[in-house]
Structures are given as structure tokens and as C-alpha cells.
Design a protein around this ligand. Structure first.
Ligand code: PLP
Length: 459
């Protein structure tokens, strides 16, 4: 049976995902139903990641992106970005090891966690990952002891009050009033400070945050130079939006960043400028499909647990991924995932959507309007690539969703000219679909291996 995806009245403002993704998910669902599978799954569009990277290069030509691995550490994402020439922002030994296993050299890694475990610093030293951030004296002492030749980057605290999805300044960053003292201490300790970094906050809502922070970085840079440090690196951190309905566009931010850089760090070959984008690269690339595993219909006039009596019929849908899994973004990233469903019905009912665990906190959407759905039907969520799968648990024994990857021929070939995409169609796709490449398998290590192992395609 062919289903049609419909918009939901309460979330009609969401931009439709690429038709290709919609069709692919529909085809995948049909395939799953034929196989008798109801497991949640996600589709990662590596073409979207490549396009984001290309746009970055075009709009921020002076800034090298060091992808923040924490945002989504999917190996296929990392390999795609590595092949594109990106650098990586790693927060731990595990992330450093993961990107190095993909062949990324130490010079393309910044260990951007100002508070590091000693053994992780040892690991960085062993693998010559020299660039690392700090924002306090104890960290300076620790690094000097373990890795005296580390190239240190002072993370400052941007003090401008701007709207952000997730604050980071409550935890990290040296206040401008303390910069001189901390750098003075670094001088006494004899460590090599060579850069300034900041993070304006994840999912920034106002471009001016970058203008203020670049000016602050300039001030700190002057202090460091006066103290005799040879400063060569400016790291403007993350915060760039990645989802289709972000309050501000990347283009707007890029214009402000470029102007600030040209003002405070005019073109100079001795200054390297990097950034640590996370959500920008991956948010829109992933779409998550979940199956309705259970349903409860609420009849009017029966009081709920709080004693409130609903006026109209409503439905509670239980799906097989939740806030302990990919939807942890609701808790940790203040996200508001918006459902799309498969239905031709014009009727809408008040509905709520719940995750699969036994916890009452496990609610994905408290209230929205949906057509009536039945157990076994599917819904899907776009923009699920950032801070989702990466922090998902298997609480209550619930599995993580399996991921399928796609990439259009032209973009794939741009990254891998030596390994052109096979001009074949995957048998799992409908006859009229034209997906040049479908890669499957959670264990896949490299895109090249993935391409070599596409065995499900018809000639
Ligand atoms: N860099 C650091 C040090 C971070 O802590 C984070 C996110 O927490 C990022 C980069 C990525 O931020 P975003 O996803 O907003 O680009």
C-alpha cells in the first residue's frame, strides 16, 4: 500500500523536507512493512552535509570548519567531512580516537574542552594533538605537567547578552576581567598560548553575538601579544544554526562574522581562523521515522490525573523512540521536534506523542493536532541530526534507531571522484524513485567500504 505524507495542522509552518527524503522514507516504510519490521530508523542525507560544507566555504572563506564531533558522531558523517577536508573539534579521548581511526591527522584536530581528564591529555600528547583549549589556572598547571609543548588556546567568555538555544557560558570561558591575570600566569608557567577561542552559545538567535565576541577576542589577543605570546589562531567556536526553521540564517550570521573578522583580524597570513560548527553541519541531514506501537484514546468528560475534564476526544500515541533515545534533544537541546504523519484524512484531533519507556517524562509532543492514526502507522521528524542520536541511551532496553544513508550522485562524485557512485538503483526503492545511492548498515566504517558493499542494488 502506498501512503501519502500529510502536513499536520498544528505544525503546518514547517518546511517540507526534500521530496527525495520523503519518498525515500515512504519507500523504506513500505519495505519495512513487507519485512514485518516496525523498528524506528533514520535516514542520513550525506548530500545535505556536503552542501552545508560547500556553503560554509563559499560564505565564510576565511574560516576553516572544525566539525564538533559531539553533535553527531556518526562515522559516515565524520568520514564525509574528513574527505571534504574539514578539521574536527574533539571533546575527549574517545572522539580523538574515533576521528584518527578515519585517517584524520593530528593537525586537523583541536581538543576543545577546557576541562580535560589527565589521561586524555596524555593520550592527546601521545598522538600529537597539540591544539587544546583552557580557561582556568588548574588546567594550565595540568597541561604543563603532562604536555608542556601543547599549543594552548584561551577560551574567553562572551559577555554580550543574546538569545541562544543552549547557554554554555555558565560553565566555560574566562571572563574578560580575568584574561590578563590568567595569561600572566601562563607566562609564569612557561606554556605556549597561541590562540583565543570563544563559543557564543549553541543555536545562536542573533548574529551580533559574533560581532561582540570577535571584538572581545581581539582585546584578549592584544593582551596576549603584549605579554609576549606569539598569537596565531582565532577560533570562533560553534553556534551556527543548522535546521530549516532556525530563527536566523547562516547567511545572515556569515555576513556579520566576515565584517567583524575584516575589522579586527584583517587578512594576514600569520593568523589562522577556525570555527567549531556542530549543528550547522548535521541538523537538517537526518530524518527520523518512528512507528506507532500503542495508542490510548481519551473520551471527553473523563477527568485526567490532575482532575481536568477534557472537552473533546483526544489520542495518545506511543512511538518507538523517545526522550531517552534520539529525542533527548527535547531535554538537553531545548528542541521542539515537529511530527509529520502518513494520512489522507482531513480530520484533526488533539493528540500527544510519547516515547516507548515506562517513564511519564518520556513525552515527545504534549499537544498537537493529528489525523487519527492506528497502531502500526508511522510518523517522521525532520531536522533530527544534531544532539539527538549522539546522546541517546538504550534505557528500558529500547534499541537505538538504525541509520540508512543517501547521497546524490553529483555530490558523492564531488567528494570521491576516484570512486564514482554506481549508476544503479537499490531494489528497496520504488521503480519511479531515483535515488542514486543508498547505503545501509550501522557497522559501516567508511563511505568507500559502504560503496563497495552495496550489494542490494539491481543493475
Ligand atoms: N564547540 C564546543 C566547545 C562546544 O561545546 C559545542 C557545543 O556544545 C560546539 C563547538 C558545537 O556547537 P554548535 O552545535 O552550536 O555549533
Amino acid at each position: 500500500m502506498k501512503h501519502q505524507f500529510s502536513k499536520i495542522s498544528s505544525v503546518e509552518t514547517i518546511a517540507a523536507p526534500m521530496p527525495c527524503i520523503t519518498q525515500l522514507i515512504q519507500d523504506k516504510i513500505d519495505e519495512f512493512e513487507r519485512m514485518g519490521s516496525e523498528d524506528a530508523f533514520c535516514v542520513g542525507d550525506m548530500g545535505d552535509v556536503i552542501k552545508k560544507f560547500n556553503t560554509w566555504k563559499e560564505l565564510l572563506p576565511r574560516v576553516e570548519p572544525f566539525y564538533a564531533v559531539k553533535c553527531n558522531s556518526d562515522n559516515v558523517v565524520l568520514k564525509t567531512l574528513a574527505d571534504l577536508g574539514a578539521g574536527f573539534d574533539c571533546a575527549s579521548k574517545g572522539e580523538i580516537s574515533q576521528v584518527m581511526k578515519l585517517g584524520v591527522e593530528a593537525s586537523r584536530i583541536i581538543y576543545a574542552n577546557p576541562c580535560k581528564q589527565k589521561s586524555f591529555v596524555k593520550y592527546a600528547a601521545k598522538h600529537q594533538v597539540e591544539m587544546m583549549t583552557f580557561d582556568n589556572e588548574a588546567e594550565l598547571i595540568k597541561v604543563r605537567e603532562i604536555f608542556p609543548h601543547a599549543k594552548l588556546v584561551l577560551r574567553i567568555l562572551p559577555i554580550a547578552q543574546v538569545k541562544v538555544q543552549c547557554q554554555l557560558g555558565n560553565k566555560f570561558g574566562c571572563h574578560p576581567n580575568n584574561v590578563h591575570k590568567l595569561l600572566q600566569r601562563a607566562k609564569e608557567l612557561g606554556v605556549d598560548v597561541m590562540g583565543i577561542s570563544f563559543h557564543v552559545g549553541s543555536g545562536v538567535g542573533e548574529a551580533k553575538a559574533f560581532a561582540f565576541a570577535v571584538k572581545q577576542a581581539y582585546d584578549a589577543w592584544q593582551i596576549a601579544t603584549e605579554l609576549g605570546f606569539k598569537m596565531t589562531l582565532l577560533d570562533i567556536g560553534g553556534g551556527f544554526p543548522g535546521q530549516s526553521n532556525a530563527p536566523i540564517t547562516f547567511t545572515e550570521i556569515a555576513a556579520v562574522v566576515n565584517e567583524a573578522l575584516d575589522t579586527y583580524f584583517p587578512h594576514d597570513d600569520s593568523v589562522r581562523i577556525i570555527a567549531e560548527p556542530g549543528r550547522y553541519m548535521v541538523a537538517s541531514a537526518f530524518t527520523l521515522a518512528v512507528n506507532i506501537i500503542a495508542k490510548r484514546s481519551i473520551t471527553p468528560d473523563v477527568p485526567d490525573v490532575d482532575g481536568n475534564t477534557p472537552q473533546a476526544a483526544s489520542h495518545m500515541y506511543y512511538v518507538n523512540d523517545g526522550v531517552y533515545g534520539s529525542f533527548n534533544c527535547i531535554m538537553y537541546d531545548h528542541a521542539h521536534p515537529e511530527p509529520r504523519v502518513i494520512s489522507d484524512s482531513p480530520d484533526r484531533f488533539v493528540s500527544s506523542i510519547w516515547g516507548p519507556t515506562c517513564d511519564g517524562l518520556d513525552c515527545i509532543v504534549h499537544e498537537c493536532k493529528l489525523p487519527e492514526l492506528e497502531v502500526g502507522q508511522w510518523m517522521y521528524f525532520s531536522d533530527m541530526g544534531a544532539y539527538t542520536i549522539a546522546a541517546g541511551s538504550t534505557f528500558n532496553g529500547m534499541p537505538r534507531p538504525r541509520c540508512f544513508y543517501i547521497c546524490s550522485d553529483d555530490l558523492w562524485n564531488q567528494v570521491h571522484p576516484e570512486h564514482r557512485a554506481p549508476k544503479r538503483r537499490c531494489e528497496s526503492l520504488s521503480a519511479d524513485a531515483d535515488y542514486p545511492l543508498l547505503m545501509t548498515g550501522p557497522d559501516m566504517l567508511t563511505l568507500r567500504e559502504a560503496a563497495n558493499s552495496i550489494s542490494c542494488c539491481n543493475d
